[in-house]
Design a protein around this ligand. Structure first.
Ligand SMILES: Cc1cc2nc3c(=O)[nH]c(=O)nc-3n(C[C@H](O)[C@H](O)[C@H](O)COP(=O)(O)OP(=O)(O)OC[C@H]3O[C@@H](n4cnc5c(N)ncnc54)[C@H](O)[C@@H]3O)c2cc1C
Length: 293
């Protein structure tokens, strides 16, 4: 790896100017993924001219509601995300996911934007953010574009971010009261662990039927993506009559169809089935408690 220079700025406009310069610039937010890449001389840092520290840009640390959406700045840390009253009110599933990331130190430094852009198959925020149909705002000097997160992450450790762009904001449509969600996760130890398997489930319940189901496992497929066949199987099923075993079995099968048979399949297939059943059961109990089942 060749030498590079470290740059820092407090201004978004200056950061965008550096990115537009034509030099190879790598962004540094909390550094919890990047510094590991640096220490390991990762190919992801090959040929960079500058490391640009954006961690002091205040305008990217905001969480606010605008136009019926929750907007989360890319530099919001996992700690800020999980402690924010708006996130807690509208997206408890996201709070749950942010709370289990790494350790206190990692959560204090690691950011939402870093988690998304690193695009690890085990990134804890990706399954809930995908299930919640989030959009990303990508900004360059010439302007911004907005994409569904599902189109932004294109593969393991891959996104369609252009070299002159920075992820500025994440937008989540506020859910109506008929939406329910559950986040489940299995890790190796209680602290500082990357998820072995996780699952985000979001459904709407209308007249006692599941609708608009979104089921996204983490660490199960090459990169977090919805299990479309299970989602289709869930839609229009009566909440009170659901065959949990069948849904778990379908999820395991779809995971294998997407990732192929691997050394971990004998463990992950039943484990994912179990997470799907737990998530569905949690939602079914909540629906029953609301008298909507
Ligand atoms: C010990 C340890 C435990 C961990 N445990 C977990 C865990 O349990 N769950 C989990 O999901 N992750 C875990 N991680 C990974 C990491 O902490 C998270 O992914 C974190 O959110 C990364 O954010 P960051 O701000 O540190 O990113 P950085 O390391 O600063 O950046 C990561 C990547 O994103 C790019 N980037 C950052 N911000 C932007 C932006 N605004 N626009 C465009 N590109 C950007 C960078 O250029 C880089 O490529 C762990 C890491 C460690 C070291």
């Amino acid at each position: 790896m060749k030498d590079f220079q470290l740059l820092t700025t407090r201004e978004l406009s200056a950061a965008l100017q550096y990115l537009a310069s034509g030099s190879k610039v790598k962004l540094l937010a909390g550094g919890t993924d990047l510094l590991v890449d640096l220490a390991q001389k990762s190919h992801r840092l090959a040929g960079i001219d500058y490391l640009l520290d954006i961690s002091q840009i205040k305008e990217l640390k905001l969480i606010r509601v605008r136009d019926n959406r929750l907007e989360i700045g890319s530099l919001v840390t996992h700690t800020d995300l999980s402690e924010n009253p708006l996130t807690r009110r509208y997206f408890p599933m996201l709070v749950q996911a942010a709370r289990v990331i790494g350790s206190t130190q990692i959560r204090n430094r690691g950011t939402v934007g870093g988690n998304i852009n690193h695009a690890s198959p085990a990134a804890d925020l990706l399954p809930p953010l995908l299930a919640l149909r989030s959009e990303v705002e990508l900004t360059a000097q010439g302007g911004s574009r907005v994409l569904p997160l599902s189109q932004f992450v294109t593969g393991p450790y891959q996104t369609c971010l252009r070299p002159d762009e920075l992820l500025t904001t994440l937008r989540l449509p506020l859910p109506s009261p008929d939406y329910y969600g559950s986040f489940q996760r299995i890790g190796r130890r209680k602290a500082v662990t990357i998820a072995r398997l996780s699952l985000a489930l979001v459904v709407r319940v209308t007249n006692g039927l599941f609708q608009d189901s979104r089921l996204v496992p983490g660490s199960a497929t090459p990169y977090p993506q919805p299990l479309a066949r299970v989602e289709a199987a869930l839609n229009n099923q009566a909440v009170a009559m659901l065959d949990l075993e069948e849904m778990g079995r379908l999820a395991g099968e779809e995971m294998v169809a997407l990732s192929g048979e691997r050394w971990s399949t004998p463990y992950k297939k039943p484990a994912l089935a179990s997470l799907v059943k737990k998530a569905l059961l949690a939602i079914m109990e909540e629906v029953a408690a609301d008298g909507k089942g």
